[in-house]
Design a protein around this ligand. Structure first.
Ligand SMILES: NC(=O)c1ccc[n+]([C@@H]2O[C@H](COP(=O)([O-])OP(=O)(O)OC[C@H]3O[C@@H](n4cnc5c(N)ncnc54)[C@H](OP(=O)(O)O)[C@@H]3O)[C@@H](O)[C@H]2O)c1
Length: 326
């Protein structure tokens, strides 16, 4: 029933968007829930927290309303490959600089460091949004234990969002277990990672709670121009991993001539252009970094706006070049 309701809400929003039409640069919102290709770009409409729609980016508050009813920051920090101390310091730097969204996972081995940095910070818990993930294999076989382990390691009272890290054997069973923790208030929102159109078509009819978010690889060389609007059309927010191409690929992407020309025109960096391009497509960003200067830079995305023609130039950089296997 809740799913039908959220699809209904999404449809209202998609039609509302079509009716609303043109861009109004005065208003600071970006819609991410639309099937039309023009919604790949910025699409603004009047908004206030009372009138926010699911999937709509509020660029003033830097949040998006999820189909679970919770608001999530639209940019934050990824913690893949950060060791315990690096992770603690990076989360601390993020929180000190106003960032409030943190992405971790069982597989990253740093949930405890994320939790410790949050507990040690002066930022109220309810302002912070933590995403973690459980992994196929042992964790999907015993999902209740995996979820409880994540709660224990984080030790921050509740988990804002839990994702299935990949599709895999027992993924429906694992998701249904996460639904029970939602009912108990221990997890607020659910999501998926590395799910594309076919996987979603197969998975969604088997669960009760529509995921609030799908986290997939997205960067200028791997843009997913069909998958992103498809997910958004379901009222599900898209979040991109490897925004800079992932380690081993960042030099090439951040050195890209087109991105640097656009960056120079706005007096920002290529990294900021990539992140802003994501936000203007309605894609939430979680760049990874252990450098406080980069962490600050990656949060500074609201002093400039990419034009339609710049968005188109970046769209042309797509090479369908995936940098990881999943
Ligand atoms: N769901 C999944 O399957 C999945 C898979 C992979 C990743 N993820 C998530 O996505 C997040 C992002 O991916 P990622 O961290 O692997 O790769 P990434 O964000 O594409 O790139 C991280 C690299 O970019 C550098 N960097 C960050 N900000 C920079 C800036 N402003 N200027 C120059 N270089 C900068 C970092 O170096 P410094 O440390 O020096 O800043 C680091 O080497 C992960 O941390 C993780 O949370 C999810």
């Amino acid at each position: 029933m809740k799913r039908i309701f959220s699809i209904f809400l999404s449809l209202i929003f998609v039609f509302g968007l079509a009716a609303c039409g043109e861009e109004d640069s005065e208003n600071e919102t970006v819609s991410s829930a639309s099937t039309s290709s023009s919604a790949e770009n910025i699409s603004s409409k009047p908004n206030s927290s009372e009138s926010a729609n699911i999937g709509e980016f509020d660029l003033e508050n830097k949040t998006v309303l999820l189909n679970s009813g919770y608001e999530m920051p639209i940019m934050g920090l990824g913690t893949y490959s950060l060791s315990d101390e690096e992770c603690y310091d990076s989360v601390t730097a993020l929180l000190e600089n106003g960032g409030r969204l943190i992405d971790t996972a069982y597989m990253y081995g740093n949930e405890a460091a994320v939790g410790r940095a949050i507990r040690d910070s002066d930022v109220p818990r309810e302002e912070i949004f933590v995403i973690t993930k459980i992994y196929p294999g042992e964790q999907f076989q015993n999902p209740e234990k995996a979820i409880q382990d994540a709660l224990d390691k984080l030790d921050i009272g509740y988990i804002d969002m839990m994702l299935l890290h990949h599709p895999g054997e027992n993924d429906v069973k694992a998701y249904l277990a996460m639904e029970k923790f939602v009912a108990d208030g221990k997890i607020h929102s659910l999501g998926l990672s590395n799910f594309y159109i076919e996987e979603l078509e197969d998975f969604l009819p088997q669960v009760n709670i529509t995921p609030a978010l799908v986290q997939n690889e997205i960067h200028p060389y791997y843009q997913e121009p069909e998958v992103v609007p498809y997910i958004q059309s379901l009222g599900i927010v898209v979040q991109g991993w490897y925004p800079f191409g992932g380690r081993g690929y960042t030099a090439e992407l951040l050195g890209d001539e087109t991105l640097n020309e656009i960056a120079n025109a706005h007096e920002v960096t290529a990294a900021q252009v990539i992140l802003r391009w994501n936000l203007q497509r309605g894609v939430v960003v979680i760049p990874g970094s252990s450098n406080p200067d980069h962490i600050r830079e990656n949060l500074d995305l609201f002093g400039f706006e990419l034009s339609d023609s710049e968005m188109e130039q970046i769209a042309k950089l797509n090479r369908d070049e995936k940098h990881d296997w999943y």
